[in-house]
Design a protein. Structure first.
Length: 258
């Protein structure tokens, strides 16, 4: 392992990965990484397969990213799993995505739990099919007391919807005489978001090459560094994750200052 990383185990580390890792300061690994996992359908079409096939293969990329983040000290990882706009996709694809979500959680939750991963769900789960909602809620409850990597899945999530939801909550409190205009602060607003217990992401990784944030964490990403790769999500791997972190550390984050 490169200097500074001797106590970290990364099975099967390649020479190229080690070279990138040597350029990463362990103390400056971003605490919170968010991912827009784009390109599953395109990956499948390139192989003359149905879009759903790409979603299935994408699980391997998720495992690699979760495992690497867990090992190198990322504290929070948020994955854009199913947006509130994804309901507009063909019914067959939506059904397959819901089944895939349920089956994946059922299969992975025991290992995640044994790895001390804390699972959080961001979004309106009340609109999910009952069988999926039960699995989502059971998995979240199972890992609620864990203290390792905080893995957040944004499911039936939309950034604008989240902002409206928080605004309505503050308006309701004001109408009930529980909140004055002066008390409407960023902290008060943050407390009404799905991400109330999470720090803002420092790094957003988007695969698939598109240059947009797609209604994801709109409030939280005010100063998030964006890293876009043309690689499609099913091909996402440890090397790309390490490259994103190295590039993040090379940037000068000024937060509006000089």
């Amino acid at each position: 392992m490169p200097p500074g990383w001797e106590s970290v185990t990364l099975p099967g580390l390649t020479a190229e990965e080690a070279a990138v890792l040597s350029g990463i300061e362990r103390a400056r690994v971003p605490a919170h990484i968010a991912c827009i996992m784009d390109g599953n359908g395109r990956w499948a079409r390139k192989r003359a397969r149905e879009r759903v096939f790409g979603h299935h293969i994408a699980r391997d990329a998720v495992r690699k990213v979760v495992d690497t983040c867990h090992r190198i000290g990322v504290r929070y990882l948020t994955l854009y799993t199913f947006s509130s706009e994804n309901w507009r996709r063909p019914k067959a694809e939506v059904f397959a995505l819901m089944q895939l979500l349920k089956d994946t959680l059922a299969r992975e939750k025991t290992e995640l739990h044994s790895s001390n991963v804390r699972l959080r769900i961001l979004g309106d789960v009340t609109e999910l099919p009952d069988r999926v909602r039960r699995e989502v809620e059971d998995s979240e409850t199972m890992m609620r007391q864990n203290t390792g990597l905080n893995l957040s899945l944004a499911i039936n999530y939309g950034g604008r919807q989240e902002i409206l939801r928080a605004t309505r909550a503050l308006v309701a409190r004001a109408a009930a005489g529980q909140l004055t205009p002066e008390a409407v602060t960023e902290a008060a607003f943050n407390a009404e978001l799905y991400t109330a217990e999470l720090p803002d992401p420092e790094l957003l990784i988007r695969t698939g090459g598109e240059q947009r944030v797609s209604n994801f964490l709109l409030w939280q990403m005010a100063y998030t560094e964006l890293w876009v790769s043309p690689v499609l999500w099913p091909d996402m791997n440890r090397l790309l994750l390490l490259q994103a972190i190295r590039d993040y550390q090379e940037r000068d984050r000024r937060f509006g200052g000089l």
